[in-house]
Design a binder for this molecule. Structure first.
Ligand code: DAH
Length: 342
């Protein structure tokens, strides 16, 4: 065997033994043997040393090795499915793209957004307050001084030993911030998270959401409050059948609980309305003059109404959800049911 013959056969063996198992080893194969600085080019250089009478047969041998290597390369490529030629790929380019699973809005966000939308049509704008509050905004300015028994209505998470800082127990604290910092007339809506030290059950949670409404101007009356709530009930639940039940809140006088007629059983009596035909959606009332004074507003000139509603409560009614804990479990079987909502 001539020396060039041996070189060609050795190279053939190396080519044959080269392991191609993935796209990167395929590329390494191409570079090593077929590339511009590859082994086949090196072998070609031997031509200079080959005696004239052998040049032809040498050329044929090298060409044969070259086409052998090229077809080996093509074979590997096809098997790995990385060919640039679509015909040799096992891919259906016309197949429908994989459906991306988009997330859905949480029912609390849906209801909050809907409430904002409804009230924004009658001029209410969103004003937010902090979740960590001080005693003044959460209690004292809302006509609930330190020794007031109404403080016990809400089990508070205090953050400091002197009880000066706490997690807000209601969004009413944002009323005070708005009255202190914004110009009159004032028409605000405050959706947000509130916290109470309550035992978690199907009906109660230590964290939930409220939305607070406040309207302060000259000559605002209880009739305005009623019209505003009638409008809301109609838009939200499709029913204007609302009743105002006398109640007590330190920051409103008079105060009223808002009930709407049970649209689930049409007042025939069901579990949701506890057979009463009515379901409570929040509290309301005329802002107590003491609250206006605490915010340095002239209570002889201005009056206003306020209301506060639980967003979970409204969502539970709207979607007929019977356990408040579902809102926090992030179970996609629950959340996916709100896909069709907006
Ligand atoms: N802050 C009250 C609560 O959490 C709800 C409430 C009642 C808000 C009457 C108001 C109101 O603005 O006027 O129970």
């Amino acid at each position: 065997m001539t020396s060039w013959n041996k070189e060609i056969e050795d190279l053939r063996q190396i080519i044959n033994q080269f392991e191609v198992k993935d796209a990167s080893s395929l590329e390494a194969f191409r570079i090593a043997f077929l590339g511009t600085k590859g082994k086949l080019k090196d072998v070609m250089q031997l031509m200079k040393e080959v005696p004239n009478e052998e040049k032809k047969i040498f050329g044929q041998a090298v060409n044969e090795l070259k086409s052998f290597t090229e077809s080996l390369f093509e074979n590997y490529k096809t098997n790995l499915g990385t060919s640039s030629n679509p015909k040799s790929l096992n891919i259906d380019f016309w197949a429908t793209a994989t459906k991306q699973n988009l997330g859905v809005r949480h029912p609390i966000s849906l209801v909050r957004n809907e409430i904002i939308q409804i009230f924004s049509k009658i001029g209410f704008v969103v004003a937010e307050g902090p979740e960590i509050e001080d005693d003044w905004h959460n209690f004292t300015a809302l006509n609930t001084p330190k020794d007031h028994p109404a403080r016990d209505m809400q089990d508070t998470f205090f953050l400091t030993e002197d009880k000066e800082f706490l997690l807000r127990t209601h969004t009413s604290s944002a009323q005070i911030r708005a009255m202190e910092h914004q110009n009159l007339p004032l028409r605000i809506l405050t959706p947000g998270r509130v916290f109470r030290n309550e035992t978690i059950s199907a009906r109660a949670h230590c964290t939930f959401h409220q939305v607070e409404g406040l309207y302060i101007d000259e000559g605002v009356s209880f009739a305005d409050l009623k019209q505003c709530i009638y409008y809301f009930a109609k838009e939200m639940f499709g029913s204007e059948n609302v009743r105002f039940r006398p109640s007590f809140f330190p920051f409103t006088e008079p105060s009223a609980e808002i009930d709407i007629s049970c649209f689930i059983c049409n007042q025939k009596g069901c579990n949701v309305c506890k057979k009463s035909g009515w379901v409570e959606i929040g509290g309301s009332g005329m802002v107590d003059p003491n609250v206006l004074k605490n915010c340095k507003l002239d209570s002889n000139k201005y009056s206003g109404f306020a209301f506060g509603m639980g967003i979970e409560r409204i969502a539970m009614l709207k979607y007929q959800i019977n356990d408040i804990r579902l809102f926090w479990q992030n179970d996609i079987r629950f959340l996916n049911q709100f896909k069709a909502a907006f």
